[in-house]
Design a protein around this ligand. Structure first.
Ligand code: GDP
Length: 195
């Protein structure tokens, strides 16, 4: 997709703030600091539209970015931030769960994982939940530039095994730093939204 226009639309704190209309939505899930904002910026070739490193845990909101008049990227609050209270976590869970289960415009969840480390317990729980509920998903393993190329396959294998993914489940190797995986990910998104 050629991105001609990309703009921040809203930080929605509840369903009544979700944008109207029928544009398809591509959501990003992942633990705080995994690189979701950087991934959005790379996909749209902008340095800074999606805010990187916003205070983790403080963002109980869905950040909507409109790409052309073709789709929204929806950045979900990062999970797994240790200093968030249990009540906060539960609130997070309910809010996101509702969005992921009920939003009819949602076409795909990009589940962003750090290539350097085996998926955490939170990553596993998220993945299990998406699978269990039949939410269309694509695992994106990012920060590939932080691992030598010769070790990529080994790390990918660990991610696939830890998440108990099927052979056919899509996984894209990505680097926001270098742009690795950008075209492949656009193709998957385009296919999902019937572009
Ligand atoms: P978010 O909290 O998931 O939105 O994470 P950010 O996009 O803010 O990224 C967290 C940190 O990781 C920032 O310092 C980014 O510069 C860095 N980062 C994100 N993606 C990559 C990547 O692909 N490669 C490298 N080397 N650093 C990355």
């Amino acid at each position: 997709m050629k991105v001609n226009q990309a703009e921040f639309v809203i930080s929605a704190v509840g369903p009544n703030q979700y944008p109207e209309g029928a544009l398809p939505e591509i959501a990003l899930a992942g633990r705080s600091n995994v690189g979701k904002s950087s991934l959005i910026n790379r996909m749209i070739s902008r340095k800074n539209l999606a805010r990187t490193s916003s205070k983790p845990g403080k963002t109980q909101q869905l950040n909507y970015y409109r790409i052309n008049t073709d789709l929204f990227f929806v950045d979900l609050p990062g999970y797994g931030y240790a200093q968030v209270s249990k009540t906060e976590r539960q609130k997070w869970g309910k809010f996101i769960e509702q969005y992921l289960l009920e939003r009819e415009h949602l076409k795909l969840v990009l589940h962003v994982i750090d290539l350097r480390h085996p998926p955490s317990k939170d990553d596993q729980a998220m993945h299990d939940w998406l699978r269990h509920n039949g939410v269309p998903r694509c695992v994106v393993v990012t920060k590939a530039d932080k691992i030598p190329k010769g070790k990529w396959q080994k790390h990918i294998k660990i991610v696939r095994e830890t998440l108990e993914m099927d052979k056919a489940d899509p996984l894209v190797l990505f680097s926001s730093e270098l742009g690795i995986g950008k075209e492949e990910l656009w193709q998957i998104i385009e296919q999902r939204i019937g572009y």
